[in-house]
Design a protein around this ligand. Sequence first.
Ligand SMILES: Cc1ncc(COP(=O)(O)O)c(C=O)c1O
Length: 489
Amino acid sequence: MTTPSDPLPPLDPSDWEAYRALAHRMLDDSLDYLRDVRTRPAWRPMPAEVRHALTDEPLPRTGVGDAQAYDDFVRLVRPFPNGNIHPRFWGWVMGTGTPQAAMADFLSSVMNPNVGGLEQSPVLVERQVVRWCAQLMGFPEGSGGILLSGGTMANVMGLAVARQERAGYDVRAEGHGGAHPRLVVYASTEVHGWLKKACELLGLGNTAFRRVPVRDDFSVDPAAMAAMIAEDRAAGLRPCCIIGTAGTVQTGATDDLDALADLATREGCWFHVDGAFGAMAALAPSLQPQLRGMGRADSLAFDLHKWGYLPFDIAVLLTREDAALVRTFSMQAAYLASETRGLMAQTGIFFADRGIELTRSFKALKAWMQFRAVGTDLLGAHIARNVAQARHLEALVRAEPTLELLAPVPLNIVNFRYAAAGRDDAARDALNRAILIELQERGIAAPSGTTIRGRFAIRVAITNHRSGDDDFAALVAAVVRLGRELSTD
Ligand SMILES: Cc1ncc(COP(=O)(O)O)c(C=O)c1O
């Protein structure tokens, strides 16, 4: 049995100078890794021995030492990521990160504060980041917010606030079991999958989510939404929340947010906007008109780890009224009571009272340092350039007779396919799936795939500050080449 006086090897380095040398090597290697990212394939499959080592290794009851652990990381882990730091990664919606923000994550881990609250500078840093974000998104003084792990979490929490604020009764106290009318929420058929999960998690049930049809441009039909609300009201249900999307995951469409804000006001509903990536277009003055009405939302969720180019994970939930967050999430506990001075002074458990988590990391630092270092105007200029690149890719696709565009390109997402004349749609789908896999496995580029109105699309979502125009020309050339190659097989 261990006694207090037993000599134990420390968990901190026993030789700080030796560890310093190793840490410097880690830093140098990491900067080289980022600097040289373009020289590597966009993605590479894992060899069987790597998969085996990462799957079947026994629990290390005895350590191998810092240097060996790092070497194992270099050999087994670092070469095989999903690849979103690469200039030709355009799959799903993922940001690239920056070396500066990676360093900020390191500095934040070194401080290792608990940003649930307390009287400390990191809480003020997060509050400042939230305030800056509110300003960028056109939210008024008095608005509130919190940093979360991702768009899904930020949206789920936004819906939790909507439910508390517009249920018509105290959901925190009563839950959903009583005699109150059933709550319903409205969003387009193009809304991201978070909403179904959120309805399930919050106990609304996913049938409480009314799927409203979209128009030809994939934006929601506000008249159809109004008709569904009227129908539900007549059936004795309680319309609670209208959800608009700024930048849908499939095509980058933005709903008519002004029309939805009007409808929400008329109907007494909460208006939540999912702007996971699209809200960041607000940083580019030329794109702001597309987001008209977003600043009227009661709550807005968006990621900084997508089109803010920061490393995972960091997202923002803003609410028009700070108090709404507190009404939804505050808690009292003797062990967390505020004081007038000392560590529990003033801020108390500031963020833990505005969200679910009590212990929270200092993710704000990477946003704070990145914003300060380069300025939000430059981030906006990169966002505008990504949109210009999407238009450039659209033009390349239109100019190539063997390619076919499958959706409008309102923002930064391009859906297209190899047209394969003379084949039916099922054969075209199979061919384009094969083209996509070859693009990835040969390391040429990493778009993802989806189905648009029943047709398989190669989908390119550009939230990448490292892509150049040549990368899109190379993608088009590769798709045409692979299309020919695979159709003759
Ligand atoms: C429109 C939209 N909403 C929500 C999400 C979920 O965000 P996250 O992946 O950060 O949880 C995404 C992800 O791509 C998205 O595109």
